[in-house]
Design a protein around this ligand. Structure first.
Ligand code: NAP
Length: 289
């Protein structure tokens, strides 16, 4: 029988431990979220973070800028938060408008408070397999597999996608856990033959349901990172029916493989959990400094 890698169950189980640790802290654990504009998707993700924070007893401050804000103003706010001892983590909700230089803005975050793990300093630590903040999705995937006692060491892991936010940190995280890692992208000539070799297949392509039964074989573990909003076939002008699907065709793939994460309810909840695990790590690092 196929095991469902249920991110909600894991999140709720680990959230209890996290809450107990947070209750034992001297100061309130605090995350600052910087948002530019008012994108519906971003609002939704921020809301999920706020709800989770409330559940575990952490605090969130939400700084919202108008769409036409200058880069200097955002950087000045980051510098202010860097110097604020009551703030332990700072994240910039992505995507940013194209007029802004995302990398320049993120580099302003103090690496200890960079709980999204996106500054060069944290990337370098991940590269060197040293202690730092690992991007939340990568950390979440490993926590999910560990919870279900899925062996990583020595396993062949195929990652589809090589983005800075997901694919690359995921690949490095597995490499740091002694897996044998292959990374696929649009330039990979035969993705099917690569994915079929995997013991663990992680798909982060942003391509709705493109991993069909032809890409997998029996016994594999499949982790679907994709979040794609699909319009319903019965779409009408008046009522918008939106359905969230992953990068994996769940109906076709799930009967074949040995374990699979669903979308929604797989990696998504793990990403939120991992952000707050990073925040707690940041608190400890700041206190130890
Ligand atoms: P991205 O920046 O667009 O990167 C997509 C990557 O997939 C690229 O490296 C691209 O290759 C590769 N790719 C796309 N189509 C492909 C194909 N047909 N064959 C081979 N490779 C292909 O996206 P991202 O930020 O990494 O996000 C990926 C997905 O994960 C999205 O659906 C996103 O919404 C989701 N996501 C989920 C979470 C979560 O918590 N569950 C968190 C973050 C992102 P090239 O480099 O060659 O272009």
């Amino acid at each position: 029988m196929t095991i469902l890698l249920d991110g909600k169950i894991v999140r709720d189980s680990v959230a209890g431990e996290l809450k107990n640790k947070i209750l034992g802290l001297e100061k309130k654990l605090k995350l600052a979220i910087l948002q530019v504009g008012n994108k519906e998707e971003s609002n939704k993700y921020i809301e999920q973070k706020k709800l989770f924070a409330e559940k575990i007893g952490a605090e969130v401050i939400h700084v919202r800028f108008s769409e036409d804000v200058s880069q200097e103003k955002i950087c000045a706010e980051i510098q202010k938060l860097n110097g604020d001892a009551s703030v332990h983590g700072i994240i910039v909700q992505l995507p940013l408008p194209e007029t802004l230089d995302k990398n320049l803005i993120i580099q302003n975050i103090d690496p200890i408070k960079d709980v999204d793990g996106l500054t060069s300093a944290n990337t370098k630590l991940l590269w060197k397999n040293e202690k730092g903040h690992v991007p939340a999705t990568a950390r979440g995937i490993l926590t999910l597999l560990d919870y279900y006692k899925i062996e990583i060491k020595g396993k062949k892991v195929v990652v589809v996608g090589r983005s800075q936010l997901v694919g690359k940190p995921v690949a490095l995280s597995f490499l740091n856990r002694d897996a044998i890692v292959i990374v696929c992208h649009r330039g990979t000539s035969s993705i099917m033959s690569e994915t079929k070799q995997a013991d663990i297949l992680v798909v982060a392509a942003g391509n709705p349901e493109f991993i069909t039964k032809d890409f997998v074989r029996e016994g594999q573990v499949v982790v679907d990172v994709g979040i794609n909003v699909k319009k319903s076939e019965h779409q009408s002008e008046e009522i918008l029916h939106k359905k969230v699907v992953g990068d994996v065709n769940f109906a076709e793939v799930s009967p074949i493989v040995s374990a699979i994460s669903p979308v929604p309810g797989g990696v998504g909840p793990m990403t939120v959990l991992s952000l707050f695990q990073n925040l707690l790590d940041a608190y400890i690092m700041i206190e130890e400094k």
